[in-house]
Every structure is written in structure tokens, then in C-alpha cells.
Design a protein. Sequence first.
Length: 112
Amino acid sequence: MLATSAGEPILWANEEPIVLTGNMEDIAFRVDGSVMVTRNGVSAVEGRLGVIEAVWPRMLESAGANRFRLPEGIEPGGILQQVDAQIVTGTLESSNVDLAREMTELQIVQRA
């Protein structure tokens, strides 16, 4: 089973855990989220990663460790939706914070 460093399963687009069996020589992720597996010199698409967007992120509650979940009794329809996203491997996600602006605001608040 393909999992995160914390042991959480990574899911296909159909929300099933990714389980790859057999003798694999290579695994690669395409920009569209397709998972390419090479066995015996032959590459084939095994499936597509599931990428979900929270349309109403304020409806989510913290589950700790930078994870979120829907509260009990809330249905995902209208709150979560699958999206077409680009998968980029070998990179780090950058912050959406303007560091210079935030430091300036911090200094203004401290002087007040």
C-alpha cells in the first residue's frame, strides 16, 4: 500500500487506497496524477491519484498534524470536490505568506 511518511494511505481518484502488487521496477507520477508502474520493462498506467479541494474550507475541523476532516454528520457533497490538479514531483511546496509584509506588520504591532 502506498502511504505517507505518517502511515496514512494515499488514495486513488475513486477514494480506494493505492495498493500496487507484483514485481515493480519503477513507479512514476505524471503531471495529471496518473501513476505509471514499470514491470518487466513495460510501463502502464495503474490509476490516478485522488485530489480533493475543500470548496467550503471553514466547514472542516482540524484533525491535528496539518490534517482536516468533516465534522460528524456532515456530508461531503458541496463541501469537497475532486479537481484536476497538476502533480509536481521532486519539489517543495512554498508558503503563500509574504514574509517581508508579515515582518513589517509584526514590527508595527510590537511598537504599538
